[in-house]
Ligand binder design. Structure first.
Ligand code: KIV
Ligand code: NA
Length: 265
């Protein structure tokens, strides 16, 4: 395969080709996601929820993100691998942000980083970009700010927040980000943002008027089953299939059906 680059993604937007993005946090899942043709693999800090069982994305550490990212990088032959900078590793000052981004690039081999926020973290984004590290923005529902929002509901329904989001998206384009994720905002607003900037806008719960889509892979294959926002399409019901398979295994062990004559030496 020819590797997808940040340039490829910008060309895809120019050509009207939609961009597919999914999360992965480990080698085996990333192998499948990459081979299936997903353009961008996000090593999301949603690993904090999905992999570690935390209630929010806040507790995951830079070391833990690097471990996940290195595993994904070893699997991805074609996809661009984007790695989330976790909470607390870029907000205090641009130097710290750059140090965190450099650690991700050097220690995991990832191809780009993603940071949540707009004008508040502009200087950090610029510092990382100046070091030659591609940056993906993330606006709208930014889960690292959950305790500010107090709810995981739709963002930017009011004019003031919508206007700030548009300004932030333009700023991200202007400083040199290669793409921006818009999470859980009205479809109309997301479409307007996608039409007003030339870098690709990847949506999650942001409707169909954007340049690509991202989902958490464990959600879209139905391994998680207690999370059903409107934007989530489940392509499989793996929770049920795995539960049945594992229950069957338990029964087979108990009844000594497993292993049979052909399954031993
Ligand atoms: O961490 C994550 O999975 C994300 C996506 C939902 C955009 O940031
Ligand atoms: Na994230």
């Amino acid at each position: 395969y020819k590797r997808i680059t940040t340039k490829t993604l910008i060309e895809m937007k120019e050509n009207g080709e939609k961009i597919s993005m999914l999360t992965a946090y480990d080698y085996t899942m990333a192998k499948i996601v990459d081979a299936a043709g997903v353009d961008v693999i996000l090593v999301g800090d949603s690993a904090s929820n999905v992999m570690a069982g935390h209630e929010t994305t806040l507790p995951i550490t830079l070391d833990q993100m690097i471990y996940h990212a290195a595993s994904v990088v070893r699997a991805a032959e074609r996809a661009l691998v984007v790695v989330d900078l976790p909470f607390g590793t870029y907000q205090s000052d641009p130097k710290e942000a750059l140090r965190s981004a450099i650690r991700i690039m050097k220690e995991s081999g990832g191809h780009a980083v993603k940071l949540e926020g707009g004008s508040e973290i502009k200087e950090s984004i610029k510092r990382i970009l100046h070091a030659g590290i591609p940056v993906m923005g993330h606006l709208g529902l930014t889960p690292q700010s959950i305790y500010k929002f107090g709810t995981y509901t739709v963002r930017a329904k009011e004019d003031a927040e919508a206007e700030k989001l548009i300004e932030d998206a333009k700023m991200l384009e202007k400083v040199g980000c290669f793409s921006v994720v818009l999470e859980k905002i009205p479809a109309k607003l997301a479409k307007r943002v996608a039409e007003s900037i030339s870098i690709p806008v990847i949506g999650i719960g942001a409707g169909n008027g954007v340049d690509g889509q991202v989902l958490v892979v464990h959600d879209m294959i139905g391994m998680t089953h207690e999370f059903h926002p409107r934007f989530l399409r489940r392509y499989m019901n793996l929770y049920e299939d795995m539960s049945n398979a594992i229950g069957q295994y338990v029964d087979d062990v108990k009844s000594q059906d497993f292993p049979n004559d052909n399954e031993q030496y």
